[in-house]
Write a protein that binds this ligand. Structure first.
Ligand SMILES: NC(=O)c1ccc[n+]([C@@H]2O[C@H](COP(=O)([O-])OP(=O)(O)OC[C@H]3O[C@@H](n4cnc5c(N)ncnc54)[C@H](OP(=O)(O)O)[C@@H]3O)[C@@H](O)[C@H]2O)c1
Length: 331
């Protein structure tokens, strides 16, 4: 495994971070707790020291699972979590979406990054994570009704109190990042980014490189699509959000699989799987610090950690980039 610093924060992370959204069950059709804990512990055994979660993942369930899996190894891992999406303060903030909890009860997720809410969320996350500090505390989605300076003022206070080591943001534009960075030095930005979703290359990545802010992209496997296992007609289980996600429209699945057919020989030359090739490509992109990769079981965690066992040469990388430049999806 390789380790890199989040900006200039002093927080060192593994270049593959364990993404703990799916193991919270919510929007992924549920999750078996024992398998989730094995997935996390396997990742840690293989050198993945960094875990990305959020209060809203499984409405607290993901953070609690992380605490269970980490157990006595807290000092050996970096826990990145998020605030700003609340399900437990109905009617306050801006509606993000209507959803159901893991038991199927309807609820509304609200964007809320008011300072008092951030402080309350931090206490709750610390309790669920059974820790006294969060290594990176990230705003999950911008809250248009709260001035960014006020939100970041609260985070700055949490840093001074030692409850948070570094500040991060997710789904922020460059203008929003600049506003935040003026109040508290940002250690990391978390945008969506994958071989087939490269919008962040236009502005987020250049801005972060210029300002020495780490980029820790989410969904680098495009939620499983880039592993090659999803073919037209694939049936997602009940409650799995991918059934209505535009990347999984039949025509996009067909186009992505045609791309993957071209990538297979490159992966095979390194005795690597497609998932490993995709992760290796992602962590070598200029400006990328660590790829946040979700895994639901021990097998996936082992495979994903294996992405560090080989390297792509310049010719292979150029060939991959050429193939990607020729791809247009209907989103
Ligand atoms: N800030 C945000 O708004 C935001 C949004 C999304 C994600 N994130 C973060 O980023 C992390 C990763 O993103 P993601 O979970 O959306 O997508 P991802 O990492 O692209 O895909 C993860 C999913 O792909 C499948 N998978 C993973 N490894 C596999 C393998 N080796 N072989 C076959 N299938 C495999 C698993 O689902 P199945 O087995 O069910 O197919 C897994 O849940 C999240 O866990 C979360 O921490 C943040």
């Amino acid at each position: 495994m390789e380790y890199r610093e989040l900006g200039t924060s002093g927080v060192k992370v593994s270049v593959v971070t364990f993404g703990a959204w799916a193991i919270g069950g919510w929007m992924w059709g549920g999750q078996d707790e024992e398998q989730a804990i094995r997935a996390l512990q396997t990742a840690m055994e293989l050198g993945i020291t960094t875990i990305d979660t959020a209060a809203v993942y499984g409405f607290g369930a993901s953070e609690e699972l992380v605490a269970k899996a980490v157990g006595k190894n807290r000092d050996r891992v970096q826990i990145l979590t998020k605030y700003g999406l609340r399900w437990d303060r109905p009617g306050e903030g801006t509606l993000r979406f209507d959803t159901t909890d893991n038991e199927g009860r309807p609820l509304q997720v609200m964007r809320n990054s008011r300072p008092d809410s951030v402080i309350e969320e931090c206490e709750r996350s610390l309790r669920r994570l059974r820790t006294d500090h969060i290594d990176l505390y990230q705003c999950h989605w911008p809250d248009p009704t709260t001035p960014i300076a006020e939100t970041m003022g609260a985070v700055e206070m949490l840093i001074r109190q030692g409850k948070v080591r570094a500040a991060g943001v997710s789904n922020y534009t460059t203008a929003q990042m600049a506003e935040a960075h003026a109040v508290v030095p940002l250690a990391a930005s978390q945008p969506p980014f994958s071989m087939v979703n490269r919008a962040a290359e236009k502005d987020i990545l250049p801005w972060c490189i210029e300002h020495k802010v780490a980029v820790i992209p989410y969904s680098p496997l495009q939620r499983g699509l880039l592993t090659g296992k999803i073919t037209p007609g694939y049936q997602f289980g009940p409650g799995d959000h991918r059934a209505s996600n535009p990347f999984f429209k039949p025509d996009n699945i067909r186009k992505v699989n045609a791309l993957l057919d071209e990538l297979r020989p490159i992966a095979a030359a390194h005795k690597a799987t497609l998932a490993q090739l995709v992760i290796q490509w992602t962590i070598r992109r200029p400006g990328i610090t660590s790829a946040l990769v979700g895994a639901r079981n021990e097998r996936q965690a082992t495979e994903n950690a294996g992405a560090l066992n080989f390297a792509l040469d310049a010719e292979e990388t150029a060939r991959i980039d050429e193939l990607l430049d020729g791809l247009t999806l209907d989103l």
